[in-house]
Design a protein around this ligand. Structure first.
Ligand code: SF4
Length: 400
């Protein structure tokens, strides 16, 4: 019978694969060690007193809030169980020697101890699918969260992972208890998902659940957003396929945001010989996603910049989009351009565009580049697209 501490080390470590935080380094160290439950070299490692024993587990600094109010919360993430009966080809469960499951009471008690010791302010609960039954597993997860909310009186942040195929009533119950729900698509389409996760039906088990969450939000049963995750590169998909799906998700199921986890081949999995997805691809998807979600750049415009294989071109997607969007013979005058045009200029972000508009409202015209530089505009990027008081700037020297 594994001790509580050893369960925590295994289930806390395996949750690194279920991301909504930058955990690439952690996943890599798991892969390199070839074992789970080892001590992780991680900047977010933490120790906790469990009855008579000290255990080690990861705390995840998770970013919450929008552009204007970003906060980082220390989040406890541990699977309820890694004894999953599904066989997703990219998944760590193929190479986990030790299969362990917390009881709901154990999970809640450990979490309460983390809170009491001031180590975390929120929890992310997920699990492998026990007995091939998402409802059975979700009931255990719900019991753990109910104990956290009820017996331990915790009112803070709870992120609940919706298991594929879970029933509507249980999903609704989760929505009532949680602050955030996620349904991980992992791949952008039914065909792609079938290549890597044969037990999951893309439409029935995932999209339908996202539609239920959208409807629950609409009815007021749940007021926080839902998220998803992609294992980038696992199914041979292109960036175009992923971003097309994400665009659809933002428009049709009210997705709050997407996470991109570059595929890492794990020893012992059917995909162990598939190449690792370069970190830069993950990073570029995040940048493109930000442009879709926050700048509301239409997905159709991205179609003009994808490479022949459907990948984002090297470099900043905003710069590539700007080259297509703006007439190369025209410039944008910072004192006259509307908000929608200002934010399209590389080097001008949402906040700096707002600052320019505020100055304009206060009749403070921008007269030189030093002023732009001081409010945060990246002159190197914006230079080819801008003019100030109708003068196009030819070089940075002219600005200063
Ligand atoms: S459902 Fe798939 S990805 Fe999730 S734990 Fe089971 S095998 Fe892994």
């Amino acid at each position: 019978m594994p001790s509580l501490a050893s369960k925590l080390e295994v289930l806390g470590a395996t949750c690194a694969f279920d991301i909504s935080a930058p955990v690439r380094e952690i996943r890599k160290s798991l892969y390199q060690s070839g074992t789970l439950g080892m001590r992780l070299e991680s900047p977010v490692r933490s120790r906790v007193e469990l009855l008579d024993k000290t255990a080690e587990c990861c705390i995840y600094p998770t970013v919450t809030g929008g552009v204007s109010g970003r906060k980082t919360k220390p989040i406890f993430k541990a699977l309820l169980s890694n004894a999953c009966s599904y066989s997703c080809k990219y998944c760590f469960t193929h190479c986990t020697r030790q299969k362990v499951t917390f009881t709901p009471e154990e999970y809640a008690r450990i979490y309460a101890q983390f809170v009491q010791q001031g180590k975390v302010t929120g929890v992310f609960i997920s699990s492998g699918i026990l007995k091939g039954d998402p409802d059975y597993t979700t009931e255990l997860m719900l019991k753990a969260v109910s104990l956290i909310r009820g017996k331990y009186n915790f009112e803070g942040y709870v992120h609940f992972k919706c298991l594929p195929g879970v029933s509507y009533d249980l999903l609704r119950e989760a929505a009532l208890l949680a602050n955030r729900i996620s349904v991980n698509l992992e791949a952008p389409s039914a065909d792609r998902l079938a290549l890597i996760a044969e037990e999951k039906d893309f439409q029935r088990d995932l999209i339908t659940r996202q539609e239920w969450i959208r409807d629950l939000i609409f009815k007021g049963a749940f007021d926080s957003g839902h998220t998803t995750q992609f294992v980038v590169g696992a199914s041979g998909e292109s960036d175009e396929e992923i971003l097309s799906r994400v665009d659809w998700e933002y428009k049709h199921v009210g997705l709050h945001r997407a996470y991109y986890s570059g595929f890492t081949p794990l020893k012992g999995t059917p995909l162990e010989h598939q190449p690792e997805t370069p970190a830069v691809r993950e990073h570029q998807l995040y940048m493109a996603d930000f442009l879709l979600r926050q700048y509301r750049i239409p997905f159709q415009e991205f179609r003009q910049i994808f490479t022949k294989t459907g990948l984002l071109p090297k470099g900043d997607p905003k710069l590539h989009l700007a080259r297509e969007f703006f007439d190369p013979h025209e410039t944008i005058d910072v004192n006259e351009a509307p908000h929608d045009l200002l934010i399209r200029v590389p080097g001008i972000g949402l906040r700096t565009a707002q600052k320019i508009l505020t100055m304009r409202e206060q009749h403070q015209l921008i007269k030189n580049a030093r002023q732009l530089h001081e409010i945060g505009v990246n002159l190197g990027k914006s230079l080819p697209f801008l003019s100030i008081q109708r003068h196009r700037q030819q070089s940075l020297d002219v600005y200063f």
